[in-house]
Write a protein that binds this ligand. Sequence first.
Ligand code: UT7
Length: 316
Amino acid sequence: MKILGTGSALPKMTLTNDMLTQYFDTSDAWISSRTGIKQRQVMSDEHLEDLAAEASRHALENAGLTATDLDFIICSNVLDEFISPPLGCRVQSLIGAQCPSINMNGACAGFIFALNTAEAYIKSGIAKHILVLAAEMPTRMVDWTERGTAVLFGDGAGAMVVGEGSQLKAVHLATKSAIDCLYQKQFINSTPFDIQEANKKSALQMEGREVFKLAVSSAMKDIQALMTEFKLESKDIQHYILHQANTRILDSICLNLKEDKSKFHQNIQRTGNTSSASIPILMDELNREGKLKEGDRLILSAFGAGFSTGTCLLQW
Ligand code: UT7
């Protein structure tokens, strides 16, 4: 599989740390030092499918293709206005594609799971050109009176058009069931036959410290396993593009790997944690800035609720 084009889209409203002090007791100093985040883009009058379609159009343009060239759309998404039909179906009509579309929910690691599925479809001949898309609005998942979670997130969409090639060298996926540290239940209708209490409206629940430890240990394990499998040393990897969850998580992984900080790209300072959209948004920025050179090796690694992790090795 090869990446033919990248695209991204962020909502227009910028929410700075200082602006957050209107809603709860917090400060720019606390948020910056604990997370690295200075501001995030949040949805106001936008709909998620509009951001997703915009990111997809940019990726198609970057690939030099049109929507009718697509054979499949794979969309990574956690929260959407619709339970059904899924987001990818609505994006299909907005961009003018005619191919089948599926949605995947792999939480924050969802984009790597989607890339892995895209590669399997390409290898098996099911599809030639696939739009792999992630669009997320985690700011609508949190309780806006709860400072421990509300400060962490931003909204956005990232996309890639992928086709045949040998850029993707390996993918490693893992799920280790650990629900309690990071989850959100949704309201579902009850029936006359229910004997259990119905779920109430609820917000994202998170044990921050536990998630922090799991994120560092699982990403380290996955990255080291890939490097050992391919007999790679530090000098062989030019870019680490990790899920933008927290600067301190990224710094810990970098330090434990004894890597150069400049290889660990970050945009979390501007975007916050955009869940599964964070890796394709960052990839698009690096691609458009010309930072990815032919032959460069990239490690992509994401972690999140599940606890699920996805790591892959790409050669640009
Ligand atoms: O995609 C995966 C999503 N999740 C993550 O990546 C989260 C991973 N975890 C983390 O990044 C960190 O655990 C957090 C940034 C969420 C929290 O940092 P922490 O160093 O683990 O802080 P804490 O939760 O232990 O809280 C320390 C203090 C508490 O006050 P007391 O009890 O010491 O008086 C909190 O009430 O900081 C307080 N606090 C805040 N203060 C100001 C919590 N949130 C805030 C806030 N502003 N926004």
